[in-house]
Design a protein around this ligand. Structure first.
Ligand code: NAD
Length: 264
């Protein structure tokens, strides 16, 4: 893959630490020769993201809270000034009140429903609006989703509803932007132990369940998600758009656990 992304520049949003899916993607893109910019959410994460950016020789594009449009505008203004154009965009951002990532979906509050939708769904459209203007020679946008969008997963609740909306927005954005040679796709990643995932109830059990029941009999790593992201962000996938690509050890293919599968 060396040189696959040389001459390409992209913004990666959602690195919180070295366990973030966005970090797996950043490493893969950087190894393939891309120039990268990272954002961080607030000063506490800046301390973690700064050394990671330095490790890849990446640009620190500043603080961005996607709930605050002014901070999104500031990041894109800085990128326009520095690069003048953009080739790819990664959105690896999600949020919901962890008190509602346990128990029943039916008990979701209006306030958390609205916030979850704004941060986990609308924000992708918000950054796509800004990125469109900078993708003068076409481009590729990628977001991260989860199987809880398609089927009910315990505790995923409002986040599942949000991911379903996010996947639908990938298709609408793909149509809107296709005429400008801008592609829009999602990776549906299997469960990975990250900061965001630690807010989901019984997460260790979910990991074990996937390990026992996925066709590959294991979970996935951020580096494997990174490698698949490299495909979707590079010209290797030039004719792929509006797609939700599962990187989940094949878990989504399973309808029922085999009779002789080990109990957990
Ligand atoms: P993570 O905690 O490392 O990353 C989540 C990121 O979202 C953080 O960098 C955080 O700063 C950012 N974020 C949250 N609210 C924000 C806001 N208001 N403004 C800007 N940034 C904000 O966890 P992760 O698991 O790497 O999550 C990345 C994406 O992958 C999320 O969309 C998540 O839903 C998705 N995903 C995760 C898994 C998993 O099992 N970990 C599986 C499938 C999909």
């Amino acid at each position: 893959t060396q040189g696959l992304m040389s001459g390409k520049r992209g913004l990666i949003m959602g690195v919180a630490n070295n366990r973030s899916i966005a970090w797996g993607i950043a490493k893969a893109l950087s190894q393939a020769g891309a120039e990268i910019a990272l954002t961080y959410q607030g000063d506490a994460l800046k301390k973690r993201v700064e050394p990671l950016a330095a490790e890849l020789g990446a640009t620190l594009a500043g603080h961005c809270d996607v709930g605050d449009a002014a901070t999104i505008d500031a990041v894109f203004a800085a990128l326009e000034e520095k690069w003048g154009k953009l080739d790819f965009l990664v959105h690896a951002i999600g949020f919901s009140d962890k008190d509602e990532l346990t128990g029943r979906y039916v008990d979701t509050s209006e306030a958390n429903f609205t916030k979850t939708m704004l941060i986990s769904v609308y924000s992708f459209t918000a950054v796509a609006q800004r990125a469109e203007k900078l993708m003068r020679d076409g481009g590729s946008m990628l977001t991260l989703t989860y199987y809880g969008a398609e089927k009910v997963m315990p505790h995923y609740n409002v986040m599942g509803v949000a991911k379903a909306a996010l996947e639908a927005s990938v298709r609408y954005l793909a149509v809107d932007l296709g005429g400008k040679a801008i592609r829009v796709n999602a990776i549906s990643a299997g469960p990975i132990k990250t900061l965001a995932a630690s807010g989901i109830g019984d997460f260790r059990y979910i990991l074990k369940w996937n390990e026992y029941n996925a066709p590959l009999k294991r979970t996935v790593t951020i580096d494997e998600v990174g490698a698949s992201a490299l495909y979707l962000l590079s010209d290797m996938s030039a004719a792929v758009t509006g797609e939700v690509h599962h990187v989940d050890s094949g878990y989504h293919t399973i309808g029922m656990k085999a009779v002789d599968a080990p109990d957990i």
